[in-house]
Design a protein around this ligand. Structure first.
Ligand code: C2E
Ligand code: MG
Ligand code: MG
Ligand code: MG
Length: 292
């Protein structure tokens, strides 16, 4: 009986594993044509100054809509792109589109920067810094208007090589952000050695106050202070509620991002917000429902 049960379980795992493999290869094949078939878009999530909530920048986030598969999340397709070597092509497309959009906003007189997520694989590609410089040049974008986000995952690999790469990138004048800090990959000691400009505090640290009141405030506090002591700008990600914003603001954090201020939207939508000089996610209490 136990033997039969074990056998069933193995079969279930095998089936699940086969499904994953199949999905992976479908995604890989389809991703290969996603650019030429016009299935990719960038959305831009506002980054706001705190406490004013004025939009000061935007993070470019990749969206893939496939006619049969529907919308595939970046958390699913980015790893596929990384493993299959397609990330170089995708990343180049993202960088080009983001810089094109940034150039438009700057031309329109908006005082903004744009950040782009970078896979460790891209960072380690030959002459990546040269590619970045070429795209900036193509659109006439001042380098300091572009932020490249490197995740903590990249940090887990060869530190010396990573530092060399970041130094090279930074020599083009772009700024570097360390993404998802506090999600559990890099150590505090490593942070001191990394040539980065902006520290992005991960959702997980910011979201905690909702579940366990009081425990996150000291963590956010310490990370913000640490960032500032190291001379970095600190940006809190995933701010979803007024209570979370308060904790972040009380910690002295001056940059924020999250659903409270807006999700990623097509460039035109953010443009409208920038043009109106409107702050994202008003601080005012919404009008009561009963009022007409
Ligand atoms: P990330 O860079 O940390 O991006 C933030 C993610 O959090 C985005 O998910 C964003 O939509 C989501 N988010 C924004 N506000 C909130 C909030 O208030 N609460 C919560 N819970 N989440 C929020 P998205 O767009 O699904 O992207 C997921 C990850 O995929 C990104 O994490 C990034 O690592 C990667 N990614 C996205 N676009 C690109 C890209 O163009 N290139 C590369 N290499 N990676 C990308
Ligand atoms: Mg990011
Ligand atoms: Mg992040
Ligand atoms: Mg992330």
């Amino acid at each position: 009986y136990a033997k039969q049960r074990g056998k069933n379980r193995v079969e279930r795992y095998q089936k699940r594993y086969d499904e994953l493999l199949r999905r992976h290869s479908v995604l890989e094949n389809e991703l290969r044509h996603a650019i030429e078939r016009d299935q990719l878009r960038l959305v831009f999530q506002p980054v706001v100054a705190l406490p004013s909530v004025r939009p000061v920048g935007a993070e470019a986030l990749l969206r893939w809509h496939h006619p049969d598969l529907g919308s595939v999340r970046p958390d699913e397709f980015i790893p596929v792109a990384e493993e299959s070597g397609l990330i170089g092509m995708l990343g180049a497309w993202v960088l080009d589109q983001a810089c094109g959009q940034l150039a438009q906003w700057l031309t329109a007189g908006h005082d903004v920067w744009v950040s782009v997520n970078l896979s460790p694989k891209e960072l380690h590609a030959a002459d990546y810094a040269g590619q970045v410089a070429a795209v900036l040049d193509k659109y006439g974008v001042p380098p300091q208007r572009l932020v490249l986000e490197v995740t903590e995952h990249a940090v887990a690999t060869d530190m010396d090589e990573l530092i060399r790469r970041l130094v090279e990138l930074r020599s083009t004048g772009v700024r570097i952000a360390l993404d998802d800090f506090g999600a559990g990959y890099s150590s505090l000691g490593q942070l001191r050695n990394l040539p980065v400009d902006i520290l992005k505090i991960d959702h997980a640290l910011v979201a905690e106050p909702e579940s366990r009141t009081g425990t996150a405030a000291p963590l956010v506090d310490v990370v913000v202070r640490l960032g500032h002591r190291l001379g970095l700008e600190v940006l809190a990600e995933g701010i979803g509620t007024p209570a979370q914003r308060e904790i972040v603001e009380a910690a002295g954090c001056r940059l924020g991002q999250g659903s409270l201020f807006g999700w990623g939207v097509p460039a035109e939508h953010l443009e409208a917000q920038l043009r109106a000089g409107r702050s994202c996610g008003s601080r005012q209490v919404p009008a009561p429902r009963s009022r007409p």
